[in-house]
Design a protein around this ligand. Structure first.
Ligand SMILES: Nc1ncnc2c1ncn2[C@@H]1O[C@H](COP(=O)(O)OP(=O)(O)O)[C@@H](O)[C@H]1O
Ligand code: SF4
Ligand SMILES: [Mg+2]
Length: 425
């Protein structure tokens, strides 16, 4: 390797040691501005809420979740491109929130970010050589060897060093993302946040860019936080995977453990919703029902509970698993009005043929069926939600458990109360 891209050996952190530690990180957005909103403040968007995780030097932590769940906000808050509402981010042992001015600038050099859209993040009027040199100039680094370094970096990321004088529009999407990689590497960072870096690319190009990223990781000792909504990309690139839902982490484990032994019903649903190549096999249908609730007013306790097929029975009802499964199905169907209000007998036959609840639970079901027959679906839904959903431990406490892994020896975190009941049995 030539002098220009040789690494300095001034690391404070060794391979396998924690390089980044995120503790209780929270980002709430205020909506609107000006006088009116200061008199009548609008509710906040709770985009990221109490998120904690560590990343070890040299590893790739994958972050996956549906669009809008807070992945980009989390990434930007980690890098302090957004001011956190609460919580701390330690990078190489220093709390970024407590640093200011020069110290933040220095750390920013060590932490780079690559975005999804390679087109819009490259200035169309600049040639790619100067684009790669830009961060070196901004940090006053590599004076006198910038061009040499830029050419070498272009080669490292799989481009022709002679492309130095070309403009971004002369490259394909995959090549432009490689230019972004070269630019991110220009100031010799330790940590790169990759926010959906290959999502805009065709599958085959995507795989090639991912492989280059892996090679660069090894060569330069990089640590990645790799964000994607695509589970197969996440599985391919990650050492460990964190799953995010509505602003919070619901599960975190080593990659094989997470994919082979998922312990959160949301992760389970995500994995089942990966499209299967065989059209005869069961596809996406019925796996994840209902809409993601608004981050302005997220559900109490477990945020997934309004869509969870495994919601835990409230302690005051004595129901068998089969009876509770039917009640849950009924609650969801009433909430979404997915059946016709015909007769009480027909409704019972549809939902409770094999197992009908007894006692207090039966009284609630009876009353809600009466309401439906009077065409008062709202009252029925409110009664069911109040009696069953809101009384569950899932609504009352925020879950956080450590589970024994089946694959590997890494920690397995699962934010689901099913692990509490298992232990109590
Ligand atoms: N600047 C902002 N102001 C208000 N709300 C925002 C802002 N940026 C993001 N959000 C909201 O925060 C939530 C998370 O968004 P985002 O982090 O972009 O999710 P993802 O990257 O997972 O798709 C969304 O509900 C989004 O609308
Ligand atoms: S805590 Fe309850 S609602 Fe949340 S995922 Fe677990 S079972 Fe479902
Ligand atoms: Mg995003």
């Amino acid at each position: 390797m030539s002098r220009a891209v040789a690494r300095h050996d001034e690391e404070q952190v060794d391979y396998g040691e924690t390089i980044l530690s995120v503790e209780g990180l929270t980002k709430h957005f205020s909506q609107g501005s000006g006088l009116l909103s200061s008199i009548f403040p609008k509710p906040k968007v709770k985009a990221v809420d109490d998120v904690s995780f560590d990343i070890k030097k040299g590893e790739t932590l994958g972050l996956v979740g549906e669009s809008g769940c807070g992945k980009s906000t989390l990434a930007r808050t980690v890098l302090r491109l957004l001011e956190p509402t609460d919580g701390a981010v330690y990078f190489k042992g220093e709390n970024l929130a407590e640093l200011s001015g020069e110290a933040v600038r220095n750390h920013r050099k060590d932490m780079q970010m690559i975005f999804q859209d390679p087109q819009s993040s490259l200035d169309p009027r600049m040639k790619v050589g100067p684009i790669v040199e830009e961060p070196m100039k901004a940090h006053g680094l590599y004076e006198g060897e910038r061009e040499e370094r830029a050419r070498e970096l272009l080669e490292k990321v799989g481009l022709d060093p002679h492309h130095y004088n070309r403009y971004p529009h002369q490259f394909s999407g995959g090549q432009r993302q490689r230019v972004n990689l070269a630019r991110a590497l220009a100031v010799n960072p330790d940590f790169i946040v990759c926010d959906e870096p290959t999502s805009a690319l065709d599958a085959s190009i995507q795989a090639q860019v991912l492989n280059t990223m892996r090679d660069l990781q090894r060569e330069f000792g990089l640590t990645y936080l790799f964000i994607s909504h695509d589970l197969s990309v996440i599985r391919h690139i990650s050492d460990r995977v964190a799953v995010m839902y509505l602003g919070q982490l619901v599960e975190l484990a080593e990659t094989d453990e997470l994919f082979e032994n998922p312990q959160h019903p949301y992760t389970d649903a995500l994995l089942q919703s990966i499209p299967v190549p065989d059209p005869r096999a069961e596809g996406r249908r019925g796996v994840l029902e209902g809409d993601v609730p608004s981050p302005i007013d997220p559900p109490s306790g477990c945020r997934f509970r309004t869509r969870c097929p495994k919601l835990i029975v409230p302690a005051e009802y004595d129901l068998t698993d089969a009876e509770w499964a039917n009640v849950r199905r009924f609650v969801r169907a009433v909430d979404r009005r997915t059946f016709e209000a015909s007769t009480g007998r027909a409704i019972r036959a549809e939902f409770f043929a094999d197992a009908e609840p007894r006692g207090d639970a039966a009284a609630v079901v009876d009353e809600s069926i009466e309401a439906i027959l009077e065409d008062d679906w709202d009252r029925a839904a409110a009664l069911l939600t109040e009696s069953f959903a809101e009384n569950s431990v899932c609504a009352e406490e925020k879950p956080a458990y450590h589970v024994e892994p089946e694959y590997g020896r890494g920690e397995h975190f699962a934010a689901c109360h099913l692990h509490r009941t298992k232990r109590a049995d």
